[in-house]
Design a protein around this ligand. Sequence first.
Ligand SMILES: [Fe+2]
Length: 194
Amino acid sequence: MEILQWNDALATGIPVIDEQHKQIVDMVNQLRDAIEAGDSEAAGQIIPKMVDYTVFHFTFEEELMEMANYSFLPVHRHVHQLFTRRIPEFQKRYAAGEDVLVELHNMLVRWLANHIQHEDRDYAPAIRDYLKERQNAAKAAEASAAGAAAILNAAPGGAAAAPAAAPAAQGQESATQTFRKRGLWQRIKAFFAD
Ligand SMILES: [Fe+2]
């Protein structure tokens, strides 16, 4: 029987994806162990779990590719669908009494190794860049929120106090007054208090 082993060639460099791929590799190896031990009950238990997890993983990958605007998402999605459609064929043959476990296992080993090393590694740079951008944006937002909070706290009375009304020309409303009227100041204070 063929064997699927985790190695650097399967790594995408995206921790969350690599963890999910490792889980799938682990399940394929549990199936292998069950087949080799002649334990068809254990094999029958691991297959639906593996299929469910793989379908979840495909959806996860596709959502990430969509967020990252990966241009080959439609092709990649199609490849996932082709794989998913093959499973019921095996289920039908198994239900008809055919011994398909070794063939199913070997198909999984070959398909997964090939898919991860080629199609999945192809989207990796786009997703890594997207995740880095998101991280940088989150850091920048944090830094600017901290900066704004510092300015508010440095103001007389600190963030808890509303700013003193600037002298307004007669008949003209100051920005602070407008802010107060519209309840915006309270919202800003609440925002920075979080
Ligand atoms: Fe994939």
